[in-house]
Design a protein around this ligand. Structure first.
Ligand SMILES: [Zn+2]
Length: 181
């Protein structure tokens, strides 16, 4: 379920041009282990967050789980991804999760795979979240707790857009918040 927001079209146009400029690929960030991408759209009283990460960062592997250990890791990761209130915080804005869509092992056509040729072994985790906020006018920043929950994520390339402004920021465990204005 992907809500049809008018902002998405504009946002995708921006993110495509940024991705194209950095990687030559029109739709996806390069697949680099340790790095994830987060796109944030704020529209009216809703915040839409789309996380795209190499599965390696979250799962430790990028294929269908085979061993019991891998199956357990898969279940645990899926569970952590559903607990969105532990992944994102919206101080003062009183945001509640409305819907989410989690795809565990997505095969994307990436321009880069850690600098080597495409091997067919890589897969991403895609997680989309939509929050509704009763005090959206109070929203100044979003705190990203993904680094704590998933230590395999070392860097997040974040893009955000609101009705008034937009920006790009590289998040790290030390700078894990997104200032929206
Ligand atoms: Zn990979």
């Amino acid at each position: 379920m992907r809500p049809k927001l008018s902002g998405i079209v504009l946002f995708l146009a921006i993110s495509s041009s940024v991705a194209a400029a950095s990687s030559g690929h029109p739709t996806h960030e390069p697949h680099v282990h340790g790095i994830a991408a987060l796109n944030v759209i704020v529209e009216k009283n809703a915040v839409h967050l789309a996380l795209e990460s190499p599965a390696m960062n979250l799962l430790g592997f990028e294929h269908a789980p085979v061993t019991d250990e891998q199956k357990a890791a898969y279940q645990a990761t899926q569970q952590k991804l559903t607990e969105a209130s532990k992944l994102f915080a919206f101080p003062g804005a009183n945001c509640q999760l409305e819907s989410s869509n989690i795809q565990m092992l997505e095969k994307h056509a990436h321009a880069d795979h850690d600098g080597h040729e495409h091997s067919g072994e890589h897969a991403d985790v895609d997680a989309d979240y939509r929050f509704n906020c009763s005090r959206i006018q109070e929203l100044r920043e979003i705190r990203i707790h993904l680094f704590t929950v998933f230590p395999g994520i070392q860097q997040i390339k974040a893009q955000w857009i609101t009705g008034r402004s937009q920006g790009i920021k590289t998040l790290t465990p030390a700078t894990n918040h997104l200032q929206l204005k």
